[in-house]
Design a protein around this ligand. Sequence first.
Ligand code: DGI
Ligand code: FE
Ligand code: FE
Length: 189
Amino acid sequence: MERNKALEIVKAQLTDKRYVHTLGVTETAVNLAKQYGADIQKAELAAIFHDYAKFRPKEEMKKILLEEKEDDRLFDFHHELWHAPAGAVLVRREAGIKDKEVLSAIRWHTTGRPGMTLLEKIVYLADYIEPGRLFPGVEEVRKIAEQNLNQAVLAAVKNSILFLMGKQQPVFPVTMDTYNDFIQNGDDG
Ligand code: DGI
Ligand code: FE
Ligand code: FE
């Protein structure tokens, strides 16, 4: 799908603020794709659509996740986690995106997963470091991202877990699995 068409579709789904975030993620993902040798068009498309389902009603997302037999542990955790897997389904159904690599980068953009693909890492990291993000530690992750993709994703996952723990929030098991995978399998991926 052409960039402007994709942006037009996504804009209708999002608030202005979230759309600006999406533009930041897209620019960042394209730059990371160039730097790390990923498919630039796939990175751009996945980034544009990554938060497509962000404002869907909880009940609609739940229905989709049940229909698609998604991980039922999601229902025991905050519904913030649902927009990524529900988004991958909706982008396929409503926007007609068929590319499996693009859909999985959308699917895993919130928690990551063990054995992440290059494209999944790029969208995950771009979501974390896009220019509009201001949270503590983000500048450090931006610096690491210039040198080493895996180290940067690990730093982002670690910061996210520490942030949740700081608020005494539950951490979704797949987020922990992602962290463990990077720690145990090093930074050679
Ligand atoms: O959609 P964005 O705001 O751009 O970013 P995102 O898709 O990474 O979603 C972030 C939200 O999800 C944020 O409010 C924190 C929450 N989150 C991320 N990982 C976990 C989590 N919440 C819980 N409970 N557990 C997690 O592992
Ligand atoms: Fe998101
Ligand atoms: Fe996002």
